[in-house]
Design a protein around this ligand. Sequence first.
Ligand code: TRP
Ligand code: ZN
Ligand code: CA
Length: 439
Amino acid sequence: MNISVPRRVTAVAALAALALAGLTGTSATARPAEAAGAAAAPDISLAAVKQHLTDLQSIATSNGGNRAHGRAGYKASIDFVKAKLDAAGYTTSLQTFTTSGATGYNLIADWPGGDPNQVLMSGSHLDSVTSGPGINDNGSGSAAILETALAVSRAGYQPSKHLRFAWWGAEELGLVGSKYYVNNLATTERSKIKGYLNFDMIGSPNPGYFVYDDDPTIEKTFKDYYAGLGIQTEIETEGDGRSDHAPFKNVGVPVGGLFSGADYTKTSAQAQKWGGTAGQAFDRCYHSSCDTTANINDTALDRNSDAIAHAVWTLSAGSTTPPTGKVFENTADVSIPDNGAAVTSTVNVTGVTGNAPSNLAVGVDIVHTYKGDLIVDLVAPDGSVYNLHNRTGGSADNIVQTYTVNASSEVANGAWKLRVQDKASADTGYINAFKLTFP
Ligand code: TRP
Ligand code: ZN
Ligand code: CA
């Protein structure tokens, strides 16, 4: 949804930026987050967020109706989110722990780049209770931060701060996953986390708009966003410390977040400002089997998803690489010797300033009768190797595919090579074309 947000730099906005800079110890160079050159957050597609919810619902349905800790539906949820992040260029890791006699998983995804000493982290619990699929609690937060992370990749966003996203396990058993993460973080690593944003239940069917009342800068960032939409907010009071921000807050990390309500009842004053039904719970399906894709208010999910992207962009204050739109291609055929030495096709990149992007598009067009024979690498000008294909796909023909490579640590200009080696005898082929697109 396209909701316009005021982008003016007001004295108040400048003060907010200074407050955050104070939080991060860089006040000497503080600039308003939305000053010229800073990138505005993209609009987050409601349809994309809802598609993730549909996928999480399917995972629950095919795994006994839930995505709870220790059940197959939880691990399948983790694998689903991880695959999307890996494909988008994130560095992901699974942290395992044991609780209630089962292995639990936290998924941590780092966006390469930004100041490693200043981390902005966003998290949501991915587990459900055993009684239902957990779509509002907490597919909603999980899907929204996933889509925000994917938007970071699509934009080739280069934040000043380092961005990290987390999907927590076993929240429903007492914040087990997030406590495990915080307890196992060295104090030096902990002190690098300049803010933690938590999203647990953000699409409640009878929604309220609650903002956590913790770090003032984070709180103000969310409140300003809603003020720009003309929506009133309230402070979150439905059990402070009942979600994964609590372990961070307890060790002194500045925290914040959004919440659309669980089993508390909406008052008539709240129904007047937000619509919906007074005298009814914000989420009548809280922790029950009816917490399905039908248990979502689209407007709340949409606004909250956009608010998350706004906060991630504003609080990490970076710029988007100016688009170059440059394409470099080599269409000369290079035959690949059967079960033989590696061959290469080269493109010479010129006229691109600085480093290659985090989302370099590598177009591979290889004609071959057995792709399972082939190892395909992208080789950067300095010799760094990025593997694109490693003998998967069996007897299928050809590799015609665009790979997204995080090449942000490589200088853009120079000779880039597509290197192909055939490692098994009988089938043969040739490189048809090799293309690099600098978005
Ligand atoms: N964390 C709770 C759950 O998953 C939901 C919840 C209740 C909550 N009160 C909250 C989440 C306040 C955030 C803030 O069941
Ligand atoms: Zn929850
Ligand atoms: Ca072969």
